[in-house]
Design a protein around this ligand. Sequence first.
Ligand SMILES: Nc1ncnc2c1ncn2[C@@H]1O[C@H](COP(=O)(O)OP(=O)(O)OP(=O)(O)O)[C@@H](O)[C@H]1O
Length: 403
Amino acid sequence: MACRSVISSSLHITNSMAIKGVLSFVPNSPLLLRLPKAATFLPFSASTKPPTKPFQVRSVAGTTEVASGFDEMVSGTKRKYYMLGGKGGVGKTSCAASLAVKFANNGHPTLVVSTDPAHSLSDSFAQDLTGGALVPVEGPDYPLFALEINPEKSREEFRNAAQKSGGSGVKDFMDGMGLGMIADQLGELKLGELLDSPPPGLDEAIAISKVMQFLESQEYSMFTRIVFDTAPTGHTLRLLSLPDFLDASIGKILKLRQKIASATSAIKSVFGQEETKQNAADKLEKLRERMIKVRDLFRDTDSTEFVIVTIPTVMAVSESSRLSASLKKENVPVKRLIVNQILPPSTSDCKFCAMKRKDQMRALDIILNDPELSSLLMIQAPLVDVEIRGVPALKFLGDIIWK
Ligand SMILES: Nc1ncnc2c1ncn2[C@@H]1O[C@H](COP(=O)(O)OP(=O)(O)OP(=O)(O)O)[C@@H](O)[C@H]1O
């Protein structure tokens, strides 16, 4: 009974949404888009108390809507990086994919990359993007390519290669992955020995090394906008603090190596061991320096921006606030906050919708009073009444969010 009432309420949400009918599926035909001539829903219904701060200036809907600053995001031909991140399931992929489509429709050859081990870019574009290579996305005016990096699978392949043909297999595999640099740096550390207990964060190292590949290789030089659909908050922060993580991992690697060395060769001269360790340390230090270069790039306000995506719930807002604080601590530029899946005011007597929206308004109020989040440009994205899949739907969402 309870279940039935939720289902009927959900249907009610769909029917009562002010943007209902904007996206409609016709069986056996492509997605039809009927773009609204003018958005008619207002940010607040009479039944919900508006947030205490002047919310309208940041509203996506209604007459007082303010742009997300897309003009600034799209201007200039110098390469720019956008990383979208936040709590799991809030709509990071949809927002990242819609931004990539928008860039590609506004003159930028664009690459969208997923570093989330649980990829959903393929689902979002309704296209198979797996395989770890660049895949062209059909539809936008300018080239749009997508890349899903699967760090866990890569590690598995790495392990297999090592088991099959020892050191050279590892080297070949790493070269193929664009990781030759890491192989060179770590070569003397006998990576095969470490595979049974890979240092924590190897996944992130693989992902970041792909980023380094973008920066250096000719193949990627055409892209003037690179959009990252990042893994949920925890992973993102580890990725951003990679040089620190490497410091810790380097320590672990050297300790492990020391253990192996003392167990297998008790008679080695102390001098010889020290020398090898010193070489290894030097090489790892070089690797760390390269990672620092990447870290600096991600902290470069001219070329990089981290966009936090959230939904209007207290839990998601709390996590976003912590993420914003951590990013600030890491000196990563953050300007925009997307609040996704906002319900329009209920135009019916649906109690569920009214309650839900009231809750959402409270969460928006918390954002506006949050010391970490209140200074960000808040972009509101409505909950739309169909799943956002495929380029036309992403274009539609992008035209709402990125103005
Ligand atoms: N504004 C919206 N209106 C309606 N549905 C939405 C909206 N934004 C996202 N969705 C839907 O919510 C689901 C989750 O979205 P998405 O995959 O973009 O989230 P995510 O944060 O990337 O998730 P994950 O952390 O699992 O990767 C998808 O089915 C997507 O179509």
